[in-house]
Design a binder for this molecule. Structure first.
Ligand code: HEC
Length: 125
């Protein structure tokens, strides 16, 4: 049996390292933190029943008329819809706006609801 010499072992090690680096970086790209696929949206996502509760639970402590952090009051339909793309970006934490809420990320299913509602025209329904 032929013995593997030091040089070919080193070459093999380098090749394996490069290949695994490529595989890992691609795998990372393919797993987005938030999957936003509007084809799975339920019809007529409701502002009152679906969206308002999410905002009340996660945002209104800092974004109301009393405490409008950054100048934003999201307690009402107009305040929310005026800034809705920023709101989505902040919740997706995709870097397009400051990540919100501060210190954690809401469940992907809730972000998906907001995405569906926006996609259906951000209706006051
Ligand atoms: C603990 C308090 C707090 C909570 C909870 C919070 N925010 Fe904020 N938010 C802030 C503060 C403070 C700012 C202003 C930061 C600044 O101007 O530097 C801000 C700014 C923003 C901005 C503007 C970001 C930008 O890049 O211009 C958006 C949009 C926003 N918040 C959305 C939300 C949404 C949506 C939620 C709920 C999912 C939320 N926030 C929850 C404190 C909070």
């Amino acid at each position: 049996m032929k013995k593997i010499n030091n040089k070919s072992f080193l070459t093999l090690l380098i090749v394996v390292s490069i290949l695994s680096a490529i595989v890992f970086s691609c795998a990372k790209d393919k797993v987005p933190t938030t999957v936003l696929d509007t084809s799975s949206c339920k019809p007529n996502v409701s502002y009152l029943n679906d969206i308002k509760p999410i905002i009340s639970n996660h945002c209104v402590s800092c974004h109301s008329s009393k405490n409008s952090s950054g100048g934003y009051d999201f307690t009402n339909y107009d305040g929310l819809t005026k800034n809705v793309s920023k709101v989505l970006g902040s919740m997706k934490q995709d870097g397009t706006a400051q990540s919100m809420p501060q210190g954690y990320k809401v469940a992907d299913s809730l972000i998906q609801k907001l995405n569906c509602w926006i996609n259906q025209g951000s209706k006051n329904n």
